[in-house]
Design a protein around this ligand. Structure first.
Ligand code: SAH
Length: 473
């Protein structure tokens, strides 16, 4: 079984840092059902390819150590030993990915943290992938995630074309994505396409699925099929997973989800606006070197989960006026299951942004992501005082919709806002004026920009401001 991952991001050999596998060495890893090897057929400035090769030991695979009983649908005993498992990518390859690229799957990189968080040009090739449902299904599951998909059915026998196609496809994916996202997509979707898990599906597989699917599965148009197949058609587990995904969709980014932004037809298969917003905020936080950060009005914790994934953020505080939002955020972060050292980095506090709160003083940075427009305009001065006058973080990152862009949204009648709970939405001039006034009043300098594809006349869909506190005399 073979999978290759290629990048042309310069210097391409940095891929070795992201995967934490040195390009000059061949490394091997023991697996419950065989051995995995990582090697680099090419690794230079311009182009680097990492290959994951999994050798299956049919005895180990059939042996069924502990609960790892083979459940391949081979009806006869010999089929347990003589089968295609050694050649066709499947859930075994996925388990190998999880074991060999653990930290890369989590988006962690000690040596290249910024690159790990950056979308780079990638090509994935799986030359032989067992694909139940045919080549077309591969497109349906990968394309919505931003991949250009080429899946070619492999003929049963090239000498006898009349025999038709085999159950295997040759899969190539190209796209500009974070390596961690690419690996998580493969980790979940290779076994989904194969649809014959080689091990017993235990209840903790639901957690694994939701963890690997964080940020992309809840909104995936094929989430039901993916969930059912991933959980090997175990109804109760699939039901639980789908319910939790629905909950995430509701809790997650209320500003994006039941909003008109997420309903736009024919959007290019690129990261959603919500994802790009999160990335832009993270980039601003990295740029200012913050390590102790506040996410004010954190909602269901969409940003918090991304903050927790980066070690540079040593103290992460989410606040919201809604205790329900905080409960959802806690569940989403799996606070009760995190190791103590991780849990100690995170605090969730109920707090209203319109009142001064001493706990919020002394932080490096605060984020107000899609929050200000949820306040009645007469309450804004109270927020300004509480955040810029009292908490006074060194940096404040603010995002809010650009109302001028709304005419680009189908189904959004004149005078309507993107989300039912928005009390107002600003033009670019209105936002810039507010930012300038607040900065001047509280001793900050400010830059204003946009997030998302810029319209030449209307600007970008989301507005972004970064306010930096001036040195205090
Ligand atoms: N920042 C999150 C949530 C945005 S929705 C995200 O981008 O995904 C706006 C959030 O602001 C809601 O969770 C809401 O409960 C919170 N909020 C609204 N008014 C608030 C106030 N006065 N004080 C604190 N939080 C408030």
């Amino acid at each position: 079984m073979l999978l290759t991952l290629t990048t042309t991001h310069r210097p391409a050999s940095d891929l070795g840092h992201l995967l934490v596998k040195h390009p000059d060495r061949v490394q091997s890893f023991d697996l419950p059902a065989g051995t995995a090897h990582v090697l680099y057929p090419e690794a230079d400035e311009a182009r680097c390819t990492a290959a994951l090769l999994v050798e299956v030991d049919p005895l180990k695979l059939a042996g069924g150590r502990g609960r790892r009983q083979a459940t391949t649908p081979d009806a006869f005993t010999l089929g347990r030993y003589v089968n295609d498992r050694a050649y066709a990518a499947s859930s075994l390859l996925s388990s190998a990915l999880a074991k060999v690229f653990r930290s890369a799957l989590r988006g962690e990189s000690r040596d290249r943290p910024e690159l790990a968080a950056t979308a780079i040009p990638l090509t994935v090739r799986v030359p032989v992938l067992r694909c139940r449902g045919g080549a077309e299904l591969a497109g349906r599951v990968f394309a919505p995630l931003g991949w250009a998909v080429t899946a070619t059915a492999i003929p049963l026998d090239e000498a006898y074309p009349e025999w038709g196609d085999s159950r295997y496809v040759d899969l190539t994916l190209t796209g500009t994505l974070r390596v961690a996202d690419a690996l998580n997509h493969l980790y979940v979707l290779l076994p989904v396409l194969d649809d014959a898990k080689h091990y017993w599906v235990a209840p903790d597989e639901v957690d694994k699925l939701l963890r690997a699917g964080a940020g992309w599965l809840a909104d995936h148009p094929e989430r039901a099929l993916i969930t059912r197949r991933y959980l090997a058609h175990r109804r109760a587990l699939a039901g639980e997973a789908l319910a939790r995904l629905a909950e995430l969709r509701l809790a997650d980014e209320p500003a994006a989800d039941d909003s008109v932004e997420s309903e736009q037809p024919d959007r290019a298969p690129q990261a959603s606006l919500a994802v790009r917003r999160r990335e832009a905020v993270l980039a601003a936080l990295r740029d200012c070197g913050a390590s102790r950060v506040l996410d004010l009005g954190c909602g269901g914790g969409a940003l918090l989960t991304a903050l927790v994934a980066e070690r540079r953020f040593t103290e992460i505080v989410g606040t919201d006026v809604s205790s329900q939002a905080l409960t959802v955020a806690a569940r989403r972060l799996r606070l009760d299951r995190l190791p103590e050292r991780q849990r100690d980095r995170i605090r969730l506090w109920q707090s209203a942004l319109t009142y001064r709160d001493d706990r919020l003083r002394g932080y490096d940075a605060a984020v107000l992501m899609e929050v200000v427009e949820h306040l009645d305009p007469p309450r804004l001065p109270a927020l300004e005082d509480a955040v810029f006058g009292h908490a006074r973080p060194a940096t404040v990152v603010v995002t809010t919709p650009n109302v001028e862009y709304n005419v680009r949204y189908e189904g959004l009648g004149a005078g309507r806002f993107r989300h039912a709970d928005h009390r107002f939405e600003w033009t670019r001039a209105e936002f810039a004026a507010w930012v300038r006034r607040v900065a001047a009043a509280h001793g900050y300098t400010a830059t204003v920009g946009g997030i998302g594809d810029e319209d030449p006349e209307l600007g970008a869909p989301t507005q972004l401001a970064v306010l930096t506190r001036k040195e205090e005399a």
